[in-house]
Design a protein around this ligand. Structure first.
Ligand SMILES: Cc1cc2nc3c(=O)[nH]c(=O)nc-3n(C[C@H](O)[C@H](O)[C@H](O)COP(=O)(O)O)c2cc1C
Length: 330
């Protein structure tokens, strides 16, 4: 198994779980770690909220103490003082291997705060913020970016800026902000960005078991990051490892997905988060466990009605006993 390193840390393979707001909480990360992920990422965490002392947000930082694989804690923000204060809060409350800065998020809620990919409109500011983070953080800093705001060729310039600000690694989604999730990522430009990069480079965008090795070869990247393909499929890391080792790729079965979702549920409800919130938030991830299986739409409509742990367990029992129609008569 090929490894890669960031600063002094050797990651045991080249497969990284992406930051996924609303999904990559500590429960998802622990399962990814158990199936072999080389590096996992927290959801993006608001530097502004941390610097205000929001307990709910600080709890996201505290949860890194439970991580079972090397973890990157991701911050988003746009104010230098807030970011520096947030880093102190993270260092007092969390335990993580890397600090990541999000300059790729295209969603309006983040852009409105001049954060995420909005920062790609001002690379001088990116330099200042990243330099301040590198100078403040006790752990190596990674930046997760897109290829550019509107021009994908800007990726080379972005790599230069990040390197001169002192990052220890770069993760890049092969689309611009304006491309959102449309079309295919520009793997040719990820290759160009990687060639420019003197630090480890993680390629991201539409990567799964079928194409991970090919994209590693095509881009020359040191590692690949998986987002959507990891939601509802913690086994994806085991599948990636099996493929690299030339072993049979373990196939997903309904029974096994039920067991994995139960395991994630146990982990979710063991968090110090109000169970009502867990129940609602998990509705987004739950149907993904059964995507591509027969009756996945019926299963989805069963799962999105769940409002407590017992509901989820009941639903899973129905799924495995093929009794899903009982709840879908209406
Ligand atoms: C639901 C969702 C939440 C995301 N949250 C974050 C986030 O918190 N931070 C971040 O840098 N990127 C975030 N992303 C972007 C992913 O990390 C990744 O760059 C993108 O999904 C492309 O990779 P994929 O094709 O493997 O999904 C999110 C994407 C999705 C779909």
């Amino acid at each position: 198994m090929k490894t890669f390193s960031i600063a002094d840390t050797v990651l045991k393979n080249r497969y990284v779980e992406a930051p996924l707001a609303g999904f990559s909480d500590v429960a998802m990360r622990i399962l990814a770690a158990r199936f072999g992920a080389g590096l996992v990422y927290t959801e993006m965490i608001s530097a502004a909220a941390l610097s205000r002392g929001s307990l709910e947000t600080i709890n996201m930082v505290k949860e890194t103490k439970r991580d079972e694989a090397p973890v990157a804690l991701q911050l988003f923000g746009s104010d230098e003082e807030e970011l520096k204060k947030a880093i102190k809060v993270c260092e007092e409350n969390g335990r993580y291997n890397f600090l990541d800065f999000n300059i790729g998020c295209p969603v309006p809620k983040v852009m409105k705060q001049d954060a995420g990919s909005h920062l790609l409109t001002d690379l001088d500011k990116v330099y200042r913020l990243v330099k301040a983070m590198v100078d403040t953080s006790q752990v190596p800093v990674i930046v997760k970016s897109r290829l550019g705001y509107s021009n994908p060729e800007d990726c080379v310039k972005i790599v230069d800026v990040l390197q001169s600000a002192g990052v220890s690694a770069i993760a890049m989604h092969g689309r611009t902000r304006n491309e959102f999730y449309l079309g295919l990522p520009h793997y040719d430009l990820l290759k160009k960005a990687k060639e420019e990069s003197k630090v480890p480079f993680i390629a991201n965008g539409n990567i799964g078991v079928d194409n991970a090795l090919e994209i590693l070869a095509e881009t020359g990247a040191d590692a690949v990051m998986l987002g959507r393909k990891a939601i509802g499929n913690p086994m994806v890391f085991k599948q990636l490892i099996a493929r690299e080792e030339g072993e049979p790729i373990p196939q997903l079965t309904l029974q096994n997905q039920v067991e994995l979702m139960k395991e994630q549920l146990e982990l979710e409800y063991s968090r110090e988060v109000p169970p009502e919130r867990i129940s609602v938030e998990f509705r987004a991830a739950a149907p993904a466990f059964f995507q591509g299986f027969p009756n996945s739409r019926k299963i989805r409509s069963l799962l999105v009605k769940c409002s407590c742990k017992e509901n989820y367990i009941d639903a899973l029992n129905k799924i495995v006993e093929h009794r899903i129609d009982e709840d879908n008569k209406d």
